[in-house]
Design a protein around this ligand. Structure first.
Ligand code: ATP
Ligand code: MG
Length: 326
């Protein structure tokens, strides 16, 4: 059974794209795949952040994953900073990564280009991500295109470490998320729905109340001819609505297209399907949020189980690279 790892950085608000692309697959495959799901709170510190926000979102994201059905008894479920081995391995991996390699990362260039003060951790964050992956011997890392280069770096670093210091790490690979469809922003369907989107109108948040979800869907951008067809190139807005409907109902988007004559009927069906998909998650979230002790307990148990694996891996890496055992 392949081990698969997914991280969620607690910045912005989790949305339908995260749900269908990452959360629902974790839940539906936690028995058939050996799953690691974690909140990458350390990654949220690479950009300017409000400490109270990061703390609140870390708990919110963990609670949402539990509400969606992630089961800490069937997968490894943890907060990154609760397992100090992530940062310990990060340092060892820095010792096998070139400065130029880190600097070449496209995300680093894009994000650092937008700021005056660039944190050192923004440069080294892909190496921390490599540590996240290699610590658990993850074989598969489901990521979108934007993260493929970071998984490639993790592969390179693992191979180099193994060659120089002896077989230590499993070589991971990026895999396409099980749901091929990428959910796009409702107001600008050429960009993906994202936690860091500038406007909230195009993002269906997991915690949006039903009337807000409906309003956002009804106002989604389509195009002028009022003909429902599945065509990503010429009809990105309508195609995205069909992809959302398909993701929420389990049907095929092109066959769904034949069932609607007008955009308004399609939008109503999409709104109903989104509300039906997200309402149970939101309601369960509200119940769990009322009982934070239960969530904290799940997180403590998750960290304990994770540390058992992680500390063995770090000991192995420390010994291989030349450190004297304590
Ligand atoms: P950010 O803008 O901060 O990068 P994000 O919305 O892309 O936020 P991530 O934390 O980068 O969220 O990703 C969490 C998981 O959700 C990843 O597995 C990613 O592939 C998946 N994911 C993110 N956006 C989408 C989307 N629009 N459609 C499908 N899957 C998505
Ligand atoms: Mg992203």
């Amino acid at each position: 059974m392949a081990r698969r790892l997914t991280g969620f950085t607690p910045s912005g608000d989790l949305h339908l794209g995260n749900y269908v692309g990452a959360i629902a697959p974790i839940v539906s495959e936690q028995d058939s795949a050996d799953t690691v799901a974690f909140i990458s709170d350390l990654h949220a510190l690479t950009l300017e952040h409000d400490p109270a926000d990061v703390r609140r979102r870390t708990l919110e994201f963990a609670t949402l994953l539990l509400a969606a059905g992630a089961d800490p008894d069937r997968c490894l479920f943890l907060i990154q900073s609760h397992v100090p081995e992530h940062t310990e391995l990060h340092y060892l991996l820095e010792c096998v990564t070139g400065y130029g390699e880190a600097q070449r990362m496209i995300q680093f260039k894009e994000k650092s280009g937008r700021q005056q003060q660039v944190r050192m951790s923004l440069l080294t964050y892909p190496i921390l991500m490599a540590a996240d992956i290699l610590l658990y011997d993850a074989e598969e890392v489901p990521v979108g295109e934007d993260q493929t280069q970071h998984v490639e770096l993790a592969r390179t670093v693992a191979q180099r470490f193994n060659t120089r210091y002896g077989e230590t790490f499993t070589i991971p690979r990026a895999v396409n998320p099980p749901v091929a469809a990428r959910i796009m922003d409702l107001t600008s369907p050429s960009s993906k729905m994202s936690k860091s989107a500038a406007s909230a109108a195009g993002t269906l948040r997991l915690l949006d109340p039903p009337d807000i979800l409906r309003r956002k869907v009804m106002r989604a951008v389509t195009d002028a001819d009022n003909e429902v067809a599945y065509d990503p190139a010429t009809k990105p807005g309508v195609t995205n609505l069909l992809d959302i409907l398909a993701a929420c109902t389990g049907e095929k988007p092109d066959s769904l297209a034949t069932r609607f004559d007008r955009y308004s009927d399609l939008k109503t069906a999409v709104a109903d399907a989104v509300v039906a998909t997200l309402t149970p998650v939101r309601e369960r979230y509200l119940q769990l949020a009322d009982n934070p002790d239960h969530v904290q307990e799940a997180l403590r148990a998750g960290a304990t189980r994770a540390r058992a694996l992680a500390s063995a891996k770090v000991q192995q890496a420390k010994a291989a690279i030349g450190l004297l055992p304590a």
